[in-house]
Design a protein around this ligand. Structure first.
Ligand code: P6P
Length: 331
């Protein structure tokens, strides 16, 4: 007996028609899925074609660029432009906005290959994206959007073939790639309420450089939970979405070498923190920055603005927010 899994496009078509939406978003999402499949192909064959090494360039963040960073960025740009639906894109790999189609409907903020330090080891990396819509009711103010103004955000964990997307007020959904390279089998993601599966995920090598309140919270609580850390936000958050708990990338404020401090945090707001925070919110969780502000409320002042990130199950994020606010009170 033949059986047919629900594909992502089946799922999205039903969603768009139920909400009386246009097909523009399907066309955009189709282009994003095509880009993800091609990035997956290049990653899986990277070792064979010698593409896992350094490109010899530095990106706008001053970080060394892997060949696959450049390849993935070129792939995403190509498919977004070909969709004809994108006004401009913002990429982690490019300093300025990437103009595409002035008569488009959407802005796309993306990191084509997050977690590049995992590339030489064929370990998971992430293609993350956030989508905002132009102002259709009046003149487009062209302002950069806060995460709360995104209409959708998602991530592909490459090369595992998993794709998770959150749609504004319509939940967070995970899909898996099948033998025909289709993303199928929508599964609703909700952070579990029971703490028995919760875990913490952070770079423990930095713990001495975190703010005092964060260190205190970790000393008081970390023994209660499992610890897992991949060093790639998409992979770490993928696990938190299933098990619950909290991912932390605190501000680095006490490094003995002041040049190695990240007082504003390391992760980029528009195409990393806001993307996973949007998904976390739709899965029943929460995300705040080093001042305890909701990540989704922060309107970026520049394309590559950085932030600290506390992301995951509400009870834990609320606990750490208390410590962060205490920190603020000390000032
Ligand atoms: P660290 C990858 O470069 C990244 O932006 C995120 O994907 C990841 O969570 C974080 O940085 C890892 O940083 O300092 O632990 O290597």
């Amino acid at each position: 007996m033949l059986s047919f899994e629900i594909t992502f496009m089946d799922f999205l078509l039903e969603h768009q028609e139920r909400h009386g939406r246009t097909y523009h978003f399907l066309i955009l999402m189709n282009s994003i899925l095509n880009a993800a499949k091609r990035i997956q192909h290049y990653y899986l064959t990277g070792a064979l074609h010698g593409n896992l090494g350094l490109s010899g360039c530095l990106n706008v963040q001053g970080e060394r660029v892997m060949k696959l960073d450049e390849i993935a960025n070129a792939v995403v740009k190509h498919y977004l432009a070909r969709s004809g639906r994108v006004i401009y894109a913002v990429s982690e790999e490019e300093e300025d906005i990437i103009p595409m189609n002035a008569s488009g409907r959407y802005f796309v903020y993306y990191d084509p290959m997050d977690g590049s330090s995992n590339i030489p080891h064929n370990l998971p990396v992430g293609f993350l994206f956030g989508i905002a819509k132009r102002n259709l009711e009046g003149p487009e103010d062209g302002h950069l959007r806060a995460g709360q103004d995104y209409i959708a955000a998602g991530m592909f964990v490459i090369p595992t073939g998993t794709f998770t997307i959150a749609l504004k007020e319509a939940g967070c959904w995970r899909f898996n790639i099948d033998e025909t390279m289709n993303y199928v089998k929508p599964t609703r993601m909700k952070l579990p309420d029971d703490p028995k599966t919760w875990e913490l995920s952070f770079n423990s090598a930095h713990r001495d450089y975190f703010a005092n309140g964060v260190r205190e919270w970790l000393e008081e609580n970390e023994k209660k939970y499992q610890f897992r850390y991949l060093g790639a936000l998409a992979g770490d958050f993928h696990r938190i979405l299933t098990n619950g708990g909290m991912f932390l990338y605190p501000a680095i404020v006490n490094h003995p070498d002041p040049k190695k401090n990240y007082p504003q945090g390391k992760l980029r707001l528009m195409y990393e923190a806001a993307v996973v925070s949007f998904m976390c919110h739709e899965a029943g969780g929460e995300a705040v920055d080093e001042d305890g502000r909701p990540i989704l409320s922060i309107r970026p002042e520049n394309l590559h603005q950085r932030t600290a990130l506390y992301l995951g199950s509400k009870p834990l994020v609320e606990e750490i927010r208390e410590k962060l606010n205490t920190r603020k009170n000390i000032r």
